[in-house]
Design a protein around this ligand. Structure first.
Ligand code: 5GP
Ligand code: MN
Length: 331
């Protein structure tokens, strides 16, 4: 059993589940593969193996490229909540990360459980917390929790959801991989989960425009600072030119890190009144601190994100001046 579990916590979780007829599971805003994967897997287990009524809730829709990760036998709500006897927050460290759902979830009288792998979990808001940054993903953490609860790995759809979440969060075994991560993958594949089919759905099903956008941004849209950082600004104009949909710039922020000298890579994506910020770093440089200090965000040590509101955040600087300074001060 992995470090943050422990028999007492598993017993506590079993008891909370035993007392609940209906369970609500919630994931973070702009859901990614890990969020939809772990919520789907745990919901399937609770519905099928424990006979619970379950509802899966997200503040906003999945990108089209992740639609395959929903399970048709589950009820999903997008942008609204429903009452339940137990609330489980997954793949984020605080209710505020569920945006429009946050206040209603936090105000629920039901006991609350956190299952997460980000830094600084908001432990005071939960009756029970499973949290460690020393794991690949919330999906991996869910795998070990399910095993400790007695799951026999026979339900292939639960396994697929977990392997999907772990694969996207590790960027297909490139980052945040621990010995337990390989153990999980090994057990799931041995149980019959088809990894090749999952990889097809995640990495080999994009539209042509995504590949063209990636090329354009690497050519025209990339600025490299000789001190060891890079940034890209995906303006609305570029998004429209490439007919970009939500999720289609996934992975772009990782590319500049393949340059030897680049230790910190930033991608800004323009929305109505703000930019969404993605940060990636090599070991020894903290993407997370940069996100917290300059971009109203957080995340993991080497993969973090946030938001930048030009109207209030720039302090008189131009966007590029602000970004350059934030990057240089974070190296
Ligand atoms: P991405 O760049 O893939 O959107 O996000 C990378 C990581 O940063 C994810 O683990 C995500 O949870 C975290 N992250 C992204 N945006 C935010 C944000 O606005 N606030 C916080 N606290 N974390 C974020
Ligand atoms: Mn995650």
């Amino acid at each position: 059993m992995i470090g943050c579990l422990g028999q007492e916590k598993i017993d506590g979780f079993r008891k909370l589940l035993g007392n609940a007829r209906k369970v609500a599971l919630a994931g973070h805003v702009h859901p990614d593969g890990d969020a939809i994967g772990c919520v789907t897997a745990l919901a399937l287990y609770l519905q099928r193996e424990l006979g619970k009524e379950v509802v899966c809730m997200f503040p906003d829709a999945l990108p089209e490229s992740l639609n395959f990760a929903k399970n048709p036998s589950l009820k999903y709500l997008w942008g609204k909540t429903e009452d339940a006897d137990l609330v489980i927050l997954m793949d984020c460290n605080a209710f505020s990360r569920t945006d429009v759902l946050g206040d209603s979830l936090a105000a629920s009288a039901a006991p609350k459980v956190l299952i997460d792998h980000h830094l600084n979990p908001d432990v005071s808001s939960f009756s029970l917390v499973f949290s460690t940054p020393d794991i690949s993903s919330a999906s991996e953490l869910t795998f070990w929790i399910l095993k400790a609860l007695g799951w026999d790995l026979r339900d292939r759809e639960i396994g697929e959801a977990l392997l999907t979440g772990m694969t996207t969060d590790t960027n297909n075994f490139a980052n945040s991989v621990f010995p337990t991560t390989f153990a999980m993958a090994s057990e799931l594949i041995a149980s019959g989960v088809d990894r090749d089919a999952i990889l097809q759905k995640i990495y080999f099903s994009y539209r042509e425009n995504r590949v063209r956008l990636m090329g354009y941004m690497q050519n025209e849209g990339l600025t490299i600072l000789p001190e060891g950082a890079s940034y890209m600004i995906l303006t609305k104009e570029i998004q429209e030119r490439f007919d970009l949909r939500e999720g289609e710039s996934e992975g772009l922020v990782n590319v500049p890190l393949s340059i030897k000298e680049v230790r910190l890579s930033l991608l800004l994506k323009e929305y109505e009144d703000h930019y969404r910020v993605s940060l990636r770093s090599k070991k020894g440089t903290s993407a997370q601190q940069c996100a917290v200090k300059y971009f109203n965000g957080g995340g993991h040590e080497n993969a973090a994100g946030g938001r930048l509101y030009p109207a209030k955040d720039l302090g008189g600087k131009s966007l590029e001046e602000y970004v350059k300074q934030a990057l240089l001060e974070s190296l």
